[in-house]
Design a protein around this ligand. Sequence first.
Ligand code: SAM
Length: 480
Amino acid sequence: MSDPVLDLYQSRVYQAMSHPSTDPAVTAVAARLAGLDVPAPSAARFLEIGCAAGHNLLPLAVRWPESHFVGIDFSTSAIAEARETARLAGLSNVSFVETDLRTYEPGDGELFDFIIAHGVYSWVPADVRQSLLDLCAARLSPRGVALISYNTLPGWSLRKTLGGLTSQLSATQSVGGDPEEILAFLATAAGNHTPYARHLTTVLHEMLGKGGALLSFDDFGPVNEPCTFSDFTDHAGRSGLRYLGESQLVEDFPPSLAPEAAEILKPLAGNPLVMQQTIDVLTNRTFRRSLLCRADASLSGQVTAAGVLDFSVRSPHALERTAGGARLLNQAGKELARFEDPLAVAFFSALSATQSVPVGEVIGQMPDLLDPGRRLPRMVVDAARRGLVLLRDEPVRFDPSIPAFPNLGPLRLISARKGQPIVDLYHAPCQLDDRWQRIAAAMDGSRSVADLVVLAKTMGPNLDVQTWLGQLAARGMFAG
Ligand SMILES: C[S@@+](CC[C@H](N)C(=O)[O-])C[C@H]1O[C@@H](n2cnc3c(N)ncnc32)[C@H](O)[C@@H]1O
């Protein structure tokens, strides 16, 4: 019998990317704060289900040479490409298996500490969704954590309706047959004269922003079944799994909630699953990256104050001094928080935007008088839950200066040469346009910065190589 999902992924290339939200150094913090004593990712076993060509898994295999990685997918070409990339990058700690997840048989008794299934659950039929959760329940280690992403209701209901309407309109051929043309037509027709019209137009432009190639896998994929958070956690519960929280702490209580919501929602504190479902309705959430553990896992590993000091921290936001203390601004200049407490001011002043360092080390740079060891751990976790700081399980340190002979390292070079995004030390992809990609492809450590400037001149007058190299260096893109 034909399988439309398999047919799609066998016949077309899905341009998969790395997903910072799946970074196990980040999810380990959320899992630990939920009480699960998850193993350190630097010495763990990983399984990625629906790994495509390995863009998400391979940088993790480079980062943690002592860990073991398995990626599975039923796309023949994606698995062949993943294997070839691993071979060229000289990685021996990762293997890729071409298999349908329904029939995947790991080694006898093989268990995984981290399972990642990003972009799979909502895009496969019900029996595959069941097999996905069964695989997690059977193959998670006792202290292991699985990350499953999925489209959520009510946020996705409008998109789902738009998907159906686009097919109907396409069949009539009255406003064109191409889905992008139809979405643009609908956006024009919607206008922006009411709050609903503005919302609809925003959603249509978000869909258009994905581009036709991605839309055919995503919104217009052969299967797209969003579900409510409650349905997802019920399904997980029936399958022997337990919900822990979202992969990023800030997602448990998203900033799009009204500022007064924390106080108003307090009566729900004793029932976190109902709280989360309520939040989805209040925020019209469209997507979740949920963490699950085995139903029989022990959640007694409460993180102590000393444990928080071991987490690493950075703040991507700008700190601005005020008369009474300081305020934190995001990239768009929006004020996120104000501090008068000298401890908070000293803490945020000591944070780096680019390097993630242990909280204990940050304390070492703060005035003794503040006695940070006592109050700071709670303050750090609260700040992480509000998205003011980013926590991870281990530090990220690198030299942010431009090397004399820039070298991206084997994996990024392979990506650049294939025209794929290169991945930074925070697991974030960086898509390069054609010209930058050609310069990146030459950054194997054999050319000086001056050589790269000469190369750039052959591609046009307006490429500011120094600034670009500085941006890459600030993201830790160069091999140490
Ligand atoms: C939307 S893509 C997501 C790829 C990647 N995880 C990401 O998030 O960028 C879904 C992937 O799941 C794979 N897939 C779907 N159903 C599968 C199945 N039954 N068994 C194995 N792989 C499957 C597809 O081949 C495809 O590579």
